[in-house]
Design a protein around this ligand. Structure first.
Ligand SMILES: Cc1ncc(C[n+]2csc(CCOP(=O)(O)OP(=O)(O)O)c2C)c(N)n1
Ligand SMILES: [Mg+2]
Length: 547
């Protein structure tokens, strides 16, 4: 726990298991501290490390991952041996795909019993190997501090990602003094001058360049350098993942809403800090050349020819800006005209939203929720999406004003992230409003962790886009087969369930009632569900399938 605190992780997310009791004892500061606190629940928040318990291990990992996304410093989850660890696997995989800094500590059957069939005796690191930067077992208690320091250092260095360490029960229960403190072994890769020049040449010669700024620009702390590159060169930009909010919607160079026109008209696409995956048509922009700037050589795309540049993002972006300016590629007339065209496309796309935003149809059009919600979002509100079509609408309509205020599951697309992400957001930003936008299907995966929000007094507003089904599967199946099966869900009273769990809740069946219900939820001071019954027949107009 000392190593975690030294690495900046001050909250441990977990679900109880005897294999890892010593971690809890260390987190709360031992028996005396607990006895001095008013209650065991108070003690959880009073010790050297805040101890947050959940109802399903995936929520512990989602919350730790979101902590890493929001603070840019690895969060930590502790999972009990065997099923505790395997319940965390999807969430660890999500963090791997997202490049989120994360440390997961696993319990493990004791070494002295190994091979004789102890409870939950499972060799866990091999299961985690393909979805972590490293995963190993610590067999010596004197080594734990050093190994945890190494785990945090690995997780926090580019390209960021999850690290898994498990500790056999007999090793973890052995009191010990660290034999050496461990070192931070991260050596940042510098700037590759030749690669910078090669990229600068392609950019400087472009007529219609466009930038895609992805999650790693935020995770790497390159926000200022990203803004400088865009503004000094005058190149329009599209935001992706945690790159959202780096430019506010008022910035004329933010053209996310004109994405299709931008990709169609671009002759050079500069993709920064995100992989060339399905979200970017695998880096295929027809005739446009691709410049790919990434934080580590491991991120250079192997499936296509691009002008690639790998390096520490803040310095690499700074060097690239200077190199493009050095080649005379700066606010050229052609670029200015191109940027102005995309800015007016963007304005037109936003204007066109008004029609669906003000829709008064019954049942409610899902977009009407955003018409009511968006004017109520403050610049510091953290918005979280967990669901299918309902969240695709959110991704389209919501343009955050600041970076680090938008969380989605990312390219792994695992449903059920919402309650864990929301928990982390409210813990990291206690003064800021937190809104979870959840599909009714998605909400089921981690539903009992709405209770954890109540337990830990985390007043999050949960807006359910309740279309009684899995819309993102219903509509494609109808399109392919002419019918759908297993896409319906019973209409469920999520507001009632939230009230039963100790929060508040309201059901909304008319568009005019959405806004006032949201106001009451924001003012309630407890976790609140606003269950909006939406039209099951509305499909998100999708242009990519991800396949
Ligand atoms: C863990 C997991 N299981 C299944 C899926 C496949 N899936 C993707 S979207 C979706 C439907 C989501 O439904 P809901 O949350 O109600 O949102 P809606 O599309 O109805 O707006 C499903 C089942 C997934 N992405 N993750
Ligand atoms: Mg649904």
């Amino acid at each position: 726990m000392d190593a975690a605190r030294d690495a900046g992780a001050s909250t441990l997310f977990t679900l109880s298991g005897a294999h890892i009791f010593p971690l809890y004892d260390a987190a709360v500061g031992g028996k005396e501290t607990v006895q001095q606190s008013g209650s065991p629940r108070d003690a959880q928040h009073a010790g050297p490390v805040r101890l947050i318990d959940v109802r399903h291990e995936q929520t512990a990992v989602f919350a730790a991952e979101a902590t890493g996304k929001l603070t840019r410093t690895a969060g930590i989850a502790a999972l009990t041996a065997g099923p505790g660890v395997t319940n965390g696997v999807s969430a660890i995989a999500g963090a791997w795909f997202n490049g989120s800094p994360l440390v997961v500590l696993g319990g493990r059957a004791p070494d002295y019993r190994w091979g004789s069939g102890a409870l939950q005796e499972l060799d866990q690191p091999p299961i985690l190997e393909s979805i972590t930067k490293a995963s190993w077992t610590v067999h010596d208690s004197a080594q734990i501090h050093a190994d945890m320091t190494r785990a945090f250092s690995l997780a926090n260095s580019a390209h960021r990602g999850p690290v898994f360490v498990d500790i056999p029960m007999d090793v973890l229960f052995t009191p010990s003094v660290a034999n050496f403190p461990g070192t931070n072994e991260h050596v940042p890769i510098g700037v590759d001058g030749d690669a910078v020049e090669a990229a600068a040449r392609v950019i400087a010669e472009a007529h219609h360049p466009v930038i895609v700024m992805g999650s790693d620009t935020w995770q790497a702390g390159a926000v200022e350098q990203m803004r400088a590159l865009i503004h000094e060169l005058g190149i329009p930009a599209i935001a992706n993942g945690m790159g959202r909010g780096i430019l506010p919607p008022s910035d004329p160079l933010l053209v996310t809403r004109a994405r299709s026109a931008a990709f169609k008209g671009a002759d050079v696409v500069i993709v920064i800090g995100t992989p060339l995956d399905f979200r970017l048509n695998y880096g295929d922009f027809k005739d446009a050349q691709v410049v790919h700037i990434v934080d580590d050589v491991s991120q250079v795309a192997g499936h296509l020819q691009a002008t690639s540049l790998a390096g520490d993002l803040p310095v690499t972006l700074e060097a690239s800006t200077s190199a493009v300016i050095g080649r005379g590629g700066q606010r050229r007339t052609a670029w200015r005209e191109w940027a102005a065209t995309l800015a007016s496309d963007t304005a037109r796309a936003r204007e066109a939203d008004t029609e669906v935003f003000t829709s008064t149809t019954a049942p409610i059009h899902p977009a009407a929720i955003y018409g009511a919600l968006i004017p109520r979002l403050t610049d510091d509100t953290v918005v979280i999406g967990d669901g299918g079509d309902f969240v695709s609408f959110a991704g389209k309509f919501i343009e955050p004003a600041e970076p680090g205020r938008w969380l989605d599951p990312g390219p792994y697309g695992c449903l059920g992230t919402g309650p864990g992400y929301a928990m982390a957001a409210k813990l990291v930003h206690p003064q800021s409003p937190v809104v979870l936008l959840a599909g009714d299907g998605a909400l089921g995966f981690s539903f009992m962790d709405l209770q954890s929000l109540v337990t830990h007094r985390l007043p999050v507003v949960i807006v359910v886009g309740n279309n009684s089904g899995w819309a993102l599967e219903r509509h494609p199946m109808r399109m392919l087969y002419g019918y759908d099966v297993i896409a319906d869900l019973p209409t469920t009273d999520y507001a009632r369930l939230m009230i039963d769990l100790g929060g508040s809740g309201e059901t909304v069946t008319s568009a005019a009632d959405i806004g006032p219900a949201l106001d009451r939820a924001f003012a309630s001071g407890v976790p609140s569900v606003v269950d909006v019954r939406t039209d099951p027949n509305v499909a998100y107009p999708r242009s990519t399938t991800g396949i």
